[in-house]
Design a protein around this ligand. Structure first.
Ligand code: PMP
Length: 425
């Protein structure tokens, strides 16, 4: 009998039949509060009526126009619309189907544009599962073990991470200084600037444990990139489109004095409420360096996905979802901090907007994988679907659709408190 690959282990027991907003329904008619949002993909919730309507209309007009052969209207419209929300200067776009492909595209472009081989990535980063994207990923050996040799030309530097300062007794400034010193050391000892094409970094480590960067760290990256002609590539695959309570994750770290514009920015996930489309946005003079034929793909910028992305961008604006993500994220973190106060095993509640992580540690302060998994299971049994992340899978993460209401956040916190009491109580 045909069956799915046994390594595709579902983290929850749900077999979904349909979804609506923040709810998923299963075969037995049970309703689940979905705080996974397809790993942050269903930004406007499951089956938002405007997204459904746009996609249905597009299916009846044109499903597939292959963009290296024939331009189609939804792609033109999406390109123009993204121009309204992208950071100034990122005007040239290329589209693909997944975050991993966006990472591949960014890598190819950075090497082509600079003529340099190496990519500096940051400890705990996740950029995807294709061989090149996995090679640039450092948030878990599970993403890269067993299929070496990986792509060469990847060098790893430090990210300012709270577990570092917790363990060493440092504050955030000291950790940031350390991370920037490590980067200087990397450029001095492992990958000279003349060999370094790009820094590739997430505004908030996603799979790496929901760890936000900070203004000084990113300013330090931009400064070093400018000094050495290195490109700054920012992976906004998980953080983009309002997820963090600002439109882009990097908006948390930008200021009038420091616009912190990347040279290449990756886009995917929340862009189209679940339709597979991704892309990179780059400065025009960088994108012009792409070698002919090196950008493309049969399914890139599918017309239905483009129509869904256009509707998603409209809904995000019309329903003020970025502000909602900010307010609901704050509410959720406060509720989780109240729960954490009673349990020393919960060592951190963190995140930006609706990227919220709860870190578990044992009595010796070591990452507690088993408790994170047990909490995920206990919550799922009570109707709340959650994910985990972190290098040791020691962080429980909350990533609901941006349409989540105040009541639904309260409901989720209540269920989680009950799950915590049952596992740790
Ligand atoms: N970059 C980041 C920051 C991600 O979070 C992910 C997916 N979790 C990816 C890239 C890869 O995206 P995909 O799974 O669509 O290939």
């Amino acid at each position: 009998m045909a069956h799915l690959s046994p390594q595709l282990k579902q983290a929850t027991p749900v077999v979904a039949t349909h979804g609506e907003g923040v709810y998923l329904y299963d075969e037995s008619g049970n309703r689940h509060l979905d705080f996974t949002a397809g790993i942050g993909v269903t930004s406007t919730g499951h089956c938002h009526p405007k997204v459904v309507e746009a996609a249905q209309r597009q299916v009846g007009q044109l499903i597939h126009g292959q963009y290296t052969t024939i331009m189609h209207q939804p792609l033109q419209q999406l390109t123009a619309k993204l121009g309204e929300v992208l950071p100034a200067g990122l005007e040239s776009l290329f589209f693909a189907n997944s975050g991993s492909e966006a990472a591949e595209a960014a890598l190819r472009l950075a090497r082509q544009a600079t003529g340099r081989p190496n990519i500096v990535v940051f400890q705990g980063g996740f950029h995807g599962r294709t061989v090149a994207a996995a090679s640039m990923t450092t948030s878990g050996t599970k993403f890269k073990a067993g299929f070496s040799p990986l792509m060469s030309g990847v060098v790893v530097s430090a990210f300012p991470n709270p577990s570092t300062y917790r363990n060493l007794g440092w504050d955030l400034d000291q950790v940031t200084d350390f991370a920037l010193q490590q980067l200087d050391l990397v450029l001095q000892t492992q990958s000279s600037p003349a060999d370094t094409a790009a820094f590739l970094v997430e505004p908030v480590l996603g799979e790496g444990g929901y760890v936000p960067g900070n203004e000084r760290f990113f300013a330090g990256l931009r400064e070093r990139a400018d000094k050495h002609g290195i490109l700054l590539v920012v992976d906004e695959v998980q953080t983009g489109f309002g997820r963090t309570g600002k439109f882009w994750g990097m908006d948390h770290f930008r200021g009038a004095e420091n616009p912190l514009t990347p040279d290449i920015q990756m886009l995917a996930k929340g862009i189209a409420s679940g339709f597979p489309i991704s892309g990179i946005a780059a400065r025009t003079e960088v994108m012009e360096e792409a070698w002919p034929g090196s950008q493309g793909g049969t399914y890139g910028a599918n017309a239905v996905a483009c129509a869904a992305a256009l509707a998603t961008l409209d809904v995000i604006a019309e329903e003020d979802l970025v502000a909602n993500a900010d307010a609901r994220g704050e509410q959720l973190r406060e509720a989780l901090r109240r729960i954490a106060a009673d349990y020393p095993q919960i060592v951190d509640v963190r995140g930006l907007g609706l990227m919220v992580g709860v870190e578990l540690a044992d009595a010796d302060g070591r990452p507690d994988t088993a408790t994170a998994a047990a909490l995920q299971q206990a919550a799922a049994q009570r109707g709340l679907l959650l994910l985990t992340c972190g290098p040791w899978t020691e962080v429980v993460r909350f990533i609901p659709a941006l349409v989540v209401t105040e009541q639904q956040v309260d409901d989720a916190a209540e269920i989680f408190a009950d799950a915590v009491a049952s596992v740790l109580g």
